[in-house]
Design a binder for this molecule. Structure first.
Ligand SMILES: Cc1cc2nc3c(=O)[nH]c(=O)nc-3n(C[C@H](O)[C@H](O)[C@H](O)COP(=O)(O)OP(=O)(O)OC[C@H]3O[C@@H](n4cnc5c(N)ncnc54)[C@H](O)[C@@H]3O)c2cc1C
Ligand code: SF4
Length: 330
């Protein structure tokens, strides 16, 4: 492991000034991803700027009726918050489906959104990888890719984004707030993650040195009845093979509103807009739910060993929508 300097950020302006002054510095939050990547040599920062103790650890009501969540709120505190549990249950379920209790106590909202892919070639520095070393190649294309992307990938990279939380936040139209040495800014989460294209090493549209200060959740009435379902290779402590965040509002037998996002199928959380269009205004039936999943998955381009994900996501979507339907019409 490369030697590095450690500095606890005094405040938000102090944190962004430290990053601005040193392009080889990184923010350290819970450290549950960054420190692992430093140990295996993928990340080699010269300086760590510890932001975990900054006063960004509150969850507060927003003026529009939504919620503002600070970047250093732990995953555990986010999942347990009464307003999150009652207004955005898919978010609580997504966070609790990730990692372990100990990790969730350390991991923060900002760090979770910016965690890196779990592609095994990315973390093995003896192997080429376009994301780690641009232009070196993508061994996953012809190698081990059973948990890689089926949507929106490119010849350059077929890795998936590992966050569960980000899938629910994408379905909920969350907005990310950040600060740099030159001012503040915000980005809808869906636009924060860049399409993979030919530049998989460029993962987000955040400006260099940006400190995520928080995430806002707009009021989303349909999300009061919502669900996050994750399929993984063992019952806990594992990343998703596929996941679905879904919310649905049914009145007079018609789907009036719907939110749908998929996890572990693309380089970023996948907002299933074609499926949402197929749902809204259609009769609330099993046929509609199956057709909605199909509408989204028409764009799927599976690799030789991950075609099962197309069937998995199709069935998962139809099952979660049917469960929400039962709840709504009980
Ligand atoms: C064994 C294991 C199992 C896991 N399982 C899951 C799972 O099933 N689902 C899941 O979603 N996650 C899972 N995780 C990942 C875990 O959730 C992340 O490691 C964690 O959320 C990262 O948060 P952190 O605060 O520790 O980030 P750190 O490791 O401190 O930082 C991660 C990255 O974010 C940057 N960063 C941190 N905070 C900020 C900020 N405020 N502004 C700008 N940049 C910032 C850092 O510079 C770094 O690049 C697992 C992790 C482990 C080790
Ligand atoms: S899929 Fe992406 S992260 Fe994995 S080896 Fe290929 S380029 Fe690297």
């Amino acid at each position: 492991m490369k030697e590095f300097y450690y500095r606890r950020a005094p405040d938000v302006p102090g944190a962004v000034a430290l990053l601005d002054a040193d392009p080889h510095a990184r923010y350290l939050a819970g450290g549950t991803n960054l420190v692992d990547l430093m140990k295996c040599g993928v990340e080699r920062p010269a300086r760590l700027v510890d932001v975990r103790h900054l006063p960004l650890d509150r969850i507060e009501p927003a003026p529009d009726g939504g919620l503002r969540v600070g970047a250093t709120v732990t995953n555990s505190d986010l999942a347990a918050h009464p307003d999150v549990r009652s207004h955005y249950p898919m978010l609580t379920q997504a966070v609790l489906a990730g990692a372990s209790g100990q990790l969730r106590n350390m991991a923060t909202v900002g760090g979770n959104l910016l965690q890196r892919t779990r592609c095994a070639y990315f973390t093995d520095t003896t192997k080429p990888c376009n994301k780690r070393t641009p232009g070196s190649g993508c061994p996953a294309l012809s190698g081990e890719h059973h948990n890689h992307a089926i949507l929106g990938a490119s010849e350059s990279c077929v890795a998936v984004h590992p966050s569960d939380m980000a899938v629910a936040l994408t379905a909920l139209d969350a907005v990310v707030h950040y600060e740099t040495a030159h001012g503040t800014g915000e980005l809808p989460l869906e636009r924060m993650y860049l399409p993979v294209a030919g530049t998989p090493h460029r993962e987000t549209a955040l400006p260099a040195g940006a400190l995520i200060t928080g995430v806002s959740l707009p009021p989303v009435p349909v999300a009061a009845r919502s669900r996050y379902r994750k399929v993984r290779e063992r019952a806990s402590y594992a990343f998703a093979l596929a996941s679905v965040a879904a919310a649905i509002d049914i009145r007079d037998g018609i789907v009036r509103d719907a939110r749908l996002a998929f996890g572990a199928v693309a380089s970023r959380p996948w907002r299933a807009r074609a499926a949402e269009r197929a749902l809204i205004g259609a009769p609330a039936t099993a046929e509609t739910y199956a057709a909605a999943a199909e509408a989204e998955l028409r764009a799927a381009r599976p690799l030789p060993h991950n075609g099962y994900k197309v069937t998995l996501v199709r069935n998962l979507t139809a099952a979660v929508l049917s469960e929400l339907h039962e709840e709504a019409t009980r």
